[in-house]
Design a binder for this molecule. Structure first.
Ligand code: FAD
Length: 530
């Protein structure tokens, strides 16, 4: 198998060639390949606009691969009385399930009650949640007896347990959705390029932003690209990109770090998640069954430094273990943690100070009064489509583009499959599963898992290289497959094998294999508890 099998639209070399050969401005230049930027690219391209998207690292390398993996209205925002935000998110939750059933599913959550007042209190709140979801509801909430709670969550701490409330919400694979959005955008004519960071904003004689300089991380080459509208969708890095435009721009992002720990699935052995509505720091915490693991989190720690690879703080890990252990019959400890990952919320500053839990979860669109560069920041994964629609509506006016209606409410996302359940382990590939199976049928060695503790097969590595713009071992082990989150040690051990497979597909030499293996192993240390 050689590099010639790379498909159009997700062929990085072709995309770079396109931008170098092009002399007319694009309708829209999007900076940032997370949920917000990719969603904007899908929206704009499906309206017929001519779009280019640049991501400095890999798609979803930032916050968009580090979420709690919930497609939800946000029970907590209901507690805060933010009904419109919850209603919008519930509507988007329903749309996402319809448009990407291979990546989104419903999930039962149980709020356990240890005090007499908890069941009626949370029961009423969750009935309101049901009502707000209306026809987009995922299932009706109900009271559960003590016995039913123990049946649904055999690992629950039974001491003083009175019963609980069950409600339904959505769950997804964040990085896989991002990759599917990148492919959807490409299928609608957008050009998307990873490992291409924007280093400068270009201006015309009047000071209006009319282009960007990008650096191709692989070749080190700088390229200039021109466009009618520039959209800064760089999440936590939004202020850094705004300062490329206006060096004195004041910060609008209040970064807050959230971490998750990943435990063995035996901690949440059935299909229901635990939802803790009020932790000691006033947050909601979840313990969720996800693939073959249990994901537990999250924290909310205001931070000063924004990094693409944030480090979990020890006190955050302790806080999650302590809180989770109050609800688990078999306490978890550090040595049980298979992986730990941190992400940064790009919260929008709401005037003066206060805790980050009180900051706006809505999105904000800013248009710089001098340059006209648009910045979109905030929101959440669940509402990425609505954010994108708002951005493109405004961008089309700003760039004097021909008016075109938004198509994404019912636009199928790449891989859409009516009945993904029949696809077994490959269900998250949706309609691509058949092609991956064909690869295996043509070469049985590709059925081999990349590690005895990981289910990802060699065929998926090959697929990721040719169809999903995977460029590094990290792309494959962290975002095309979720191996790094499932088991950081096993992923580290698999790195060399994956590097060799990728090298033979992408035409790299032994030195590349050595570099990639070392780089991934260093990265994986940050996800491993020693
Ligand atoms: C701990 C945590 C849990 C969460 N859980 C949920 C959840 O369960 N459900 C939910 O709906 N939402 C959740 N969210 C929110 C959601 O994940 C974010 O709102 C969303 O991912 C933000 O996407 P984004 O595209 O704006 O930012 P990002 O995903 O960070 O994307 C920005 C991208 O811009 C790129 N970039 C930066 N600078 C440049 C440059 N100069 N040139 C090119 N590219 C650049 C970055 O590399 C990055 O990939 C959670 C967030 C956190 C932190």
């Amino acid at each position: 198998m050689g590099a010639e099998r790379i498909v159009a639209g997700m062929d990085r070399h072709e995309s770079l060639k396109t931008i170098q050969e092009r002399h007319t401005p694009w309708d829209m230049i999007i900076i940032g390949g997370g949920a917000t930027g990719l969603g904007t690219a899908v929206d704009a391209a499906s309206r017929g606009y001519d779009v280019i998207l640049f991501e400095q690292a890999d798609f979803a390398k930032g916050t968009s691969s580090r979420s709690t993996k919930l497609v939800h209205g946000g029970v907590r925002y209901l507690q805060q009385g933010n009904v419109s935000l919850v209603m919008e998110a519930l509507l988007e939750r329903g749309r996402l399930l319809k448009n990407a059933p291979h990546l989104v599913s419903d999930l039962a959550f149980i709020v356990p009650s240890y005090e007499w007042w908890e069941s009626p209190f949370y029961g009423i709140g969750l009935k309101v949640y049901d009502l707000l979801a209306g026809k987009y509801g995922f299932g009706r909430s109900e009271h559960l007896s003590r016995k039913q709670v123990i049946e649904e969550i055999p690992s629950i701490n039974p001491e003083a347990l009175r019963g609980g409330t069950r409600y339904f919400d959505g769950q997804f694979d964040d990085a896989r959705l991002a990759i599917s959005l990148a492919i959807t955008a490409a299928e609608h004519g957008a050009t998307v390029i990873n490992y291409a960071g924007v280093t400068a904003i270009k201006k015309d004689a009047s000071g209006a932003a009319n282009g960007v300089s990008i650096r191709d991380v692989e070749s080190g080459k700088e390229i200039e690209v021109f466009g009618k509208v520039i959209v800064n969708a760089t999440g936590p890095q939004a202020d850094a990109v705004r300062r490329l435009d206006q060096p004195n721009a004041e910060s609008i992002v209040a970064p807050s770090q959230g971490i998750h720990i990943v435990l063995d699935r035996s901690f949440i052995p059935r299909d229901s998640a635990i939802m803790v509505p009020h932790t000691d720091d006033g947050r909601v915490m979840f313990a969720i069954p996800w693939y073959d693991v249990a994901v537990v989190g999250t924290t909310d720690t205001p931070i000063d430094e924004i990094s693409l690879e944030p480090t979990p703080f020890d006190h955050e890990i302790d806080f999650i273990l302590e809180t989770a252990n109050r609800y688990l019959s078999r306490p978890a400890c550090r040595s049980y943690i298979k992986s730990v990952f941190a992400g940064i919320r790009p919260l929008v500053k709401a005037g003066s100070g206060g805790s980050t839990a009180a900051l706006s979860r809505d999105h904000t669109i800013l248009i710089d009064p001098d340059s006209g560069m648009m910045t979109v920041v905030g929101g959440k994964w669940t509402t990425y489509r609505k954010m994108a629609e708002d951005v493109v509506d405004q961008a089309s006016v700003l760039g004097e583009l021909e008016t075109a209606a938004c198509m994404t409410e019912s636009l199928r996302i790449h891989g859409h499959h009516e009945n993904p359940g029949i696809l077994g382990r490959l269900s998250f590939y949706g309609s691509d599963a058949a092609s991956i199976q064909s690869l295996i049928d043509s070469d049985a060695t590709l059925l081999q898992p990349i590690h005895p503790h990981l289910k990802t097969t060699a065929a998926e590595v090959v697929w990721a290289c040719h169809h999903e713009m995977a460029r590094t071992v990290e792309d494959v082990l962290s975002r095309r497959s979720r191996s790094l989150l499932f088991d950081a040690r096993a992923a580290s051990e698999a790195a060399e094998h994956v590097a060799k497979l990728m090298a033979s597909e992408l035409g790299h030499d032994e030195a590349w294999v050595v570099d990639q293996t070392a780089a991934f192993r260093l990265l994986a240390e940050g996800y491993t508890i020693t």
